[in-house]
Write a protein that binds this ligand. Structure first.
Ligand code: SF4
Ligand code: SF4
Length: 151
């Protein structure tokens, strides 16, 4: 009897206390700013240096560049893809990127599917990748977008 009352007391204590659960997916939990979530890409910042491709331990990044129409000495990104079948969200690509063209976000879900093809995300998907919570995306600054001119 004592054990029953003790257990019931614990139940009552938590019943009246602050709720820790949320109505996911309508509500999202607060995610720390430095969380290593699914990447977002900024084509205007990319200088096609290939560093992210070289550093990726699972070889899941592919990209192509082309000459800028207004400046043949400058390269701009043409295609940029990440195959999330193999991405381990290790953060290496974002750490090595000199212009922060690829950044980790607070997004952690909606990558699961029944087939493999949807795991392959192209530049359009990565550019429009939704982020959650109070996460701030720094839009490209003028001087950063012009770094490619110096190359
Ligand atoms: S997070 Fe790691 S595994 Fe994923 S694309 Fe970047 S470097 Fe590759
Ligand atoms: S995303 Fe960054 S590291 Fe990768 S090619 Fe573009 S500028 Fe270089």
């Amino acid at each position: 009897m004592f054990r029953f009352l003790k257990g019931f007391g614990i139940t009552l204590k938590y019943f009246a206390g602050k709720k820790e659960t949320i109505q996911y997916p309508e509500q999202k939990p607060e995610i720390p700013d430095r969380f290593r979530g699914i990447q977002r890409f900024f084509p205007d910042k990319c200088i096609v240096c290939n560093l992210c491709v070289q550093v990726c331990p699972t070889d899941v990044i592919t990209l192509t560049g082309k000459k800028a129409e207004d400046n043949p000495k400058k390269k701009v990104i043409d295609t940029y893809n990440i195959d999330f079948q193999g991405c381990i969200l290790c953060d290496f690509c974002t750490e090595v990127c000199p212009t922060e063209a690829i950044v980790m976000t607070t997004k952690y879900d909606n990558l699961s599917d029944y087939t493999r093809d949807p795991m392959f995300k192209d530049m359009e998907w990565l550019t429009n990748n939704e982020v959650y919570g109070n996460y701030k995306i720094d839009e490209p600054a003028e001087e950063e977008t012009e770094r490619g001119d110096e190359k």
